[in-house]
Write a protein that binds this ligand. Structure first.
Ligand code: COA
Length: 260
């Protein structure tokens, strides 16, 4: 289904979803948020899609936040619904059993940083700037940023970033563990393509198990997390892909995983 504010591209089991409002630095207005939700549902229910990449159109921005013009016009009731809708989208992304990679090609501010934080892996171009500048607008993050940043970097840095609203460089984001890798902007696409293609070729049950064990394990006690790991490990061992992966190792060849 075509979208007004998103571009969709499929390649080698990798679906790239590009937020496409470059004249507004890809800001998330209500329509774009709804379209992103639909696009994520489509990608997660399409069996040919093994990996999802999220990025922004143009050279300047990943996503520069929620649409400030729309926020200004909202009543408190509408704002509550907007925040819930944004949080639902971010939680949906984080809970997917397919890896979602944020290719952060510029400003990732406010809702843009929150979108990136909900992804499983984050690759940033060296010109990217990440931040939660809501405080400068007299508001606060509303799409899960206070919670996901806190869990990623701890109270000290989460409060510093949220209270000052000052964006950080890609390099600083790497030092804090907010992003996985920083690359030159002209290498972002090829780096993300390499990573996503290799993840798309991995055994899907193993990928699903790792995503669930790490994501749910982060929110539970150690013994519950370990029990989950054991259950998912056993499930992997019931797959043909396990036979293929271990056999390929012993036969000194490359495995060909079939998702069975
Ligand atoms: N919502 C709505 N419009 C936005 C936007 C947002 N979050 N971020 C940028 N835009 C729009 C600008 O209003 C401008 O539109 P115009 O050309 O119609 O005036 C266009 O995108 C380009 O932005 P501009 O501010 O001119 O670019 P810049 O290079 O001077 O500055 C930023 C870039 C990212 C520093 C600046 O746009 C900015 O601070 N954006 C808001 C970030 C923010 O507070 N996000 C959290 C929102 S809750």
């Amino acid at each position: 289904m075509p979208f007004d504010n998103l571009l969709i591209d499929d390649n080698d089991n990798v679906r790239t979803i590009t937020v496409n409002r470059p004249d507004k630095l890809n800001a998330l207005n209500r329509q774009t948020l709804n379209e992103l939700h639909q696009a994520i549902i489509q990608a997660c229910t399409d069996e040919s899609v093994r990996v999802i990449v999220l990025t922004g159109a143009g050279e300047k921005a990943f996503v520069a936040g929620a649409d400030i013009g729309e926020i200004r016009e909202q009543s408190a009731i509408e704002a509550r619904a907007f925040s819930a809708r944004g949080q639902n989208l971010m939680s949906l992304i984080q809970s997917l059993d397919k890896p979602v990679i944020a290719a952060i090609n510029g400003f990732a501010l406010g809702g843009g940083m929150e979108l990136a934080l909900a992804c499983h892996l984050r690759i940033a171009s060296d010109n990217a700037r990440l931040g939660l500048p809501e405080i400068k607008l007299g508001i606060m993050p509303g799409f899960g940023g206070t919670q996901r940043l806190l869990r990623l970097v701890g109270t000290t840095r989460a409060l510093e970033m949220s209270l000052t609203g000052e964006p950080i460089t890609a390099q600083r984001a790497l030092e804090l563990g907010v992003v996985n890798q920083v690359v030159a902007s002209d290498e972002l696409k090829s780096t993300v393509t390499g990573l996503s293609t290799s993840l798309a070729a991995a055994a899907p049950e193993a990928v699903r198990g790792i995503l669930q064990a790490v994501n749910q394990g982060a929110e539970t006690d150690l013994n519950t997390g370990l029990a989950l790991e054991t259950a998912r490990f056993a499930l992997c061992c019931a797959t043909e892909d396990m036979k293929e992966g271990t056999g390929a190792f012993l036969e000194k060849r490359k495995p060909e995983f079939k998702g069975r």
